[in-house]
Design a protein around this ligand. Structure first.
Ligand code: SF4
Ligand code: SF4
Length: 318
């Protein structure tokens, strides 16, 4: 067993994470956590749709030690990307393009990766002994949500999002698996209780059971990951969403008083702020490409975005 490094404690890592712009940080064990096992069944049911990389990496996702056999602890970070703007459900207008909150500003992968790399490099500098580590922000074969729950960041809600009691669920998670034996946090408690607001509000009935998402029906999947035409029975539910969907988070009572971040990285880009659908449809390819630079929305590609705008226009005309 790796001895605890006296110079690099969990408390110091959390304090440094705060200094680097993280809103929460906790430590989970790199062990066989029971919640990790649900993923294999989710894949077996085909709920991942065409996201074949999820099925291909199911083994790795079953335990972070598949990626780093020496892992003993998982440092989980969270950044609040919420901004002080109304929810899409509050300004629902069939002619106005809706974009998921996380995509309003700069690409969170780049922003949070930079901070996480800085945290990891500081850990290496401060540790009296060398250690193994791997870090991921959304792109690795890791079930971040499970480790976040066990790190005390928040519980996995019936809407499948990690919900922090203090931050709500508009948060980006990052993980650093490390061979260090760090002091662990207690897992977060589930505070969903008898609430089912998210299941009832989902426009496409994608939450097929509490905490179970059929991605094939989810607007986030349909507008971002899915290529080609969308099945006719799902188009109407997409409404004016042109990139992602926040409905199941917006109706969550834990987001009603979620704090807003003043971080410039998350402030909405004018190109995507309450933009009229017809204006968006008429935008040139050059303009759209420029507005996608450095944005998480690049994932949908220009063709996907144009398809989404077309569906939203069809829905507005219904
Ligand atoms: S993101 Fe939207 S479509 Fe997907 S589960 Fe939530 S409410 Fe439903
Ligand atoms: S809306 Fe209710 S059930 Fe859904 S995640 Fe929030 S608290 Fe849980």
């Amino acid at each position: 067993m790796t001895p605890l490094t006296p110079s690099l404690t969990a408390a110091r890592i959390k304090a440094r994470a705060r200094e680097l712009g993280f809103d929460a940080c906790g430590i989970a064990p790199a062990t066989d956590l029971p919640e990790l096992r649900a993923f294999a069944e989710w894949i077996a049911r085909g709920y991942h749709g065409t996201m074949s990389w999820l099925a291909r990496s199911a083994d790795e996702r079953s335990d972070i030690r598949r990626m780093l056999p020496q892992a003993r602890s998982v440092v989980v970070t969270a950044v609040n990307y919420n901004t002080a703007r109304p929810f899409s459900t509050e300004c629902a207008d069939r002619d106005t393009a809706q974009v998921a909150r996380y995509a309003w500003g700069d690409d969170y992968h780049a922003v949070v990766n930079r901070r996480q790399r800085a945290l990891l490099s500081w850990m290496h500098h401060e540790s009296e002994q060398p250690f193994y580590a791997l870090d991921y922000v959304d792109t690795g074969p890791v079930q971040e949500r499970v480790y976040a729950q066990h790190a005390g960041i928040g519980w996995i809600g019936k809407n499948c999002c990690v919900i922090s009691e203090t931050l709500g669920s508009f948060i980006v998670l990052g993980v650093i698996a490390t061979s260090l034996d760090l002091e662990l946090d207690r897992p977060a408690f589930d505070h969903c209780g008898t609430c089912t607001l998210c299941l009832e509000a989902c426009p496409t009935q994608a939450l097929v059971a509490p905490g179970v998402l059929d991605a094939r029906r989810c607007i986030s999947y349909l507008t971002i990951e899915h290529r080609g035409e969308v099945a006719a029975d799902l188009v109407a539910g997409i409404g004016a969403h042109v990139y992602g969907c926040d409905v199941c988070q917006e109706v969550c009572p834990w987001n009603a008083t979620a704090p807003a971040s003043a971080d410039p990285a998350w402030q909405p880009r004018p190109a995507w702020t309450l933009r009229a659908l017809d204006d968006l449809e008429q935008a040139s390819d050059d303009e759209l490409r420029r507005s996608l630079q450095g944005s998480a929305m690049g994932r949908a590609k220009l063709a996907g975005l144009r398809r989404n705008v077309r569906m939203a226009r069809e829905n507005a005309a219904r």
